[in-house]
Write a protein that binds this ligand. Structure first.
Ligand SMILES: [Fe+2]
Length: 296
């Protein structure tokens, strides 16, 4: 049953319910946490920028964290999730991201890599936040060209994630779902469907999640994200500081069981800064709970 009970049923249904694997974000340098998480997950999602460090006048991947990843790569699959590519900046993406990605891919095998459908800089100035793309034909052309270039460069599956809308959308040519449909149809790239981001958009801007999912072509969805933040001045923030809410897990479970996605994994995301507040035991229990929900 769909949360809020409002979804239409025209989206194609699966022939039989299926389960998916569980993944979790890990940014290295916390072997005690890693040890608590590994029994519950099949995938570890790593962000190159957060495992990077300054060496001389260069930014390089931490040798210590890369060693950790090489070790756990025998037990779980590694997936890469960047945050600073800024694929939607009109003046060009961030070349520095590729230096880190190149270095990482040379050292470990990954199942696929991904980024966010948005931009973090304008005219070379960093915004300090990630903003969603305008859903225009011009923006679609720009992103599609760059997605194709990335796919050609790495020969590896590449996914883009729906991000939260921090500010109201620029009037565009496409709905949110139609933009994603056109993007995947033109490029063949995959999608990460971030369930909590949909909930933030619904809370903050009135996104109708039912209509969104009904319109979305789900076949290119390879990965789902669940997370939870906090509400501040009535605005639901995408800060990944909490354990998941039941509404988020229910909606993710709906997507897995009722839509024809090709999702292989649900990733629980939390920031390294949240670990002290949440505690290792609570994170491990959250993973146990999520695995039971998504593999039932
Ligand atoms: Fe996400």
């Amino acid at each position: 049953m769909v949360p809020q009970g409002t979804i239409r049923t025209s989206a194609p249904k699966k022939e039989a319910p299926r389960s998916v694997a569980l993944g979790v974000t890990y940014e290295g340098r916390d072997p005690a946490l890693l040890e608590r998480m590994l029994p519950h997950v099949d995938y570890i999602e790593v962000t190159p920028e957060t495992i990077a460090e300054v060496k001389g006048d260069q930014i390089v991947l931490s040798a210590e964290v890369m060693s950790e990843l090489k070790n756990i790569g025998k037990a779980v699959k590694i997936i890469v999730h960047g945050v600073t590519l800024s694929i939607g900046s009109h003046e060009g993406w961030s070349p520095n991201y590729f230096y880190l990605l190149d270095e990482l891919l040379q050292q470990i095998d990954v199942a696929w890599h991904s980024e966010h459908l948005g931009y973090t800089k304008v005219d070379g100035e960093h915004l300090g936040i990630m903003l969603a793309m305008p859903k225009t034909e011009q923006a679609l052309d720009l992103v599609c060209e760059r997605v194709c270039a990335i796919q050609e460069r790495y020969g590896l599956s590449f996914l883009l994630e729906n991000i939260v809308h921090v500010i109201p959308d620029f009037p565009g040519d496409y709905s949110d779902a139609a933009f994603l449909n056109a993007l995947t149809q033109r490029t063949g790239c995959g999608l990460i469907l971030d369930i909590y981001n949909l909930e933030c958009d619904a809370h903050n801007h009135g996104l109708n999640i039912s209509e969104f999912l009904d319109e979305l072509n789900p076949t290119n969805v390879r990965e789902l994200h669940v997370a939870c933040g906090v509400e501040h001045n009535g605005f639901l923030l995408d800060v990944h500081s909490q354990l998941t809410r039941e509404s988020t897990v229910d909606l993710a479970q709906y997507a897995i069981k009722e839509l024809t996605t090709n999702a292989e994994v649900v990733v629980y995301e939390f920031m390294p800064e949240a670990v002290a507040g949440l505690g290792h035991a609570a994170i491990a229990e959250e993973l146990r709970h999520l695995r039971a929900r998504f593999q039932s």
